[in-house]
Design a binder for this molecule. Structure first.
Ligand code: SF4
Ligand code: SF4
Ligand code: SF4
Length: 289
């Protein structure tokens, strides 16, 4: 059976990515937040044996693909996955599956419920059309296990400290805990460098005298990150905002991207061409410098 281009596009829209081997496809499946139930895992394993080559590939974005599905089996494989409740994964000019770390549901360092935010975003935007690809990641703290700075829209849990000098015993535990040298103690004075601080909250956990307290906590947003042939680290644009702002900024960012992107441009390219100020003015947020 010959691969007509319109067939390839149609198959791609159903999650079947053409392989280098003629008439074979890798079936991409939709998952969000990197979680798959045991039932769905069993169904994927069954499908891999039934329609593929007996194995499941884990993608770089917490997704699953079943390679070596023959062209003649694609329809049946698609129906099989739909029947068990697993839809096709997105590729091409769409919002891709949203990825997340385990956040504060599981990880001791988690500052936000990444899974909750991720599931909500995925339900709202997964596979929506965009000028090119649009990747979203949610990570629970500045350790950034989910590499939010490499995504078009990255969300990070953060906690901002405030120093209460009167409680301080100058013990140095916070200085030791801070991995980015944002705290220095010299001659009985503690200096907290806000430009260096990455809002991890480690100094607050380390302090036994309540001299480092929580000034603010919430979501910090990065935009315009990507990897690939021309990598770009995302810009940190909003700091410790609440969830409502995250959703508002995401909606506005997607609209900005749709209205301003040239053919094939990622959001980071648009920002580089139009300027971060243009983005900030358009979405009506005052951005971090
Ligand atoms: S980013 Fe933070 S919360 Fe998420 S897994 Fe890594 S250490 Fe844990
Ligand atoms: S919040 Fe983190 S980065 Fe900022 S001063 Fe405290 S330990 Fe350092
Ligand atoms: S850990 Fe607390 S008490 Fe010790 S130097 Fe830091 S702020 Fe002061």
């Amino acid at each position: 059976m010959a691969k007509e281009s319109h067939d390839l596009e149609l198959l791609k829209s159903k999650g079947f990515l053409a392989q280098r081997q003629d008439d074979h496809f890798s079936m991409r499946l939709h998952t969000a937040a990197g979680n798959v139930s045991a039932d769905h895992l069993r169904a994927m394993a069954d499908a891999a044996e039934k329609f593929g080559d007996g194995y499941v590939h884990v993608t770089s974005r917490q997704g699953f693909e079943i390679p070596f599905v023959h062209l003649g089996d694609t329809e049946q494989a698609s129906e099989y996955m739909t029947d068990v409740g697993i839809g096709p994964g997105a590729s091409g000019k769409k919002v891709r599956a949203v990825v997340a770390c385990q956040g504060n549901r599981v990880c001791k360092r988690g500052l936000i419920d990444c899974q909750d935010v991720c599931e909500k975003i995925d339900a709202m935007y997964f596979a929506d059309p965009v000028p090119y690809k649009f990747k979203i990641a949610v990570t629970g703290c500045p350790a950034s296990c989910l590499k939010v700075q490499e995504n078009d829209f990255g969300i990070m849990g953060t906690m901002e400290p405030q120093f209460l000098e009167d409680n301080c015993a100058m013990c140095g535990l916070c200085e030791e805990a801070c991995k980015v040298d944002a705290i220095t103690i010299t001659e009985g004075n503690l200096y907290l460098n806000r430009d260096k601080c990455i809002l991890c909250g480690d100094c607050i956990s380390a302090c036994r005298k309540d001299a480092m307290q929580v000034a603010d906590e919430g979501f910090t947003i990065f935009i315009g990150g990507k990897v690939g042939k021309r990598p770009r680290i995302g810009n940190r644009v909003l700091k410790t905002v609440d969830e409502a702002v995250v959703f508002d900024a995401l909606e506005k960012t997607l609209n900005y991207y749709r209205e301003n992107a040239h053919e094939g441009e990622r959001l980071g390219d648009v920002i580089d061409r139009c300027g971060l100020e243009h983005y900030g003015e358009t979405i009506k947020y005052s951005l971090l410098k």
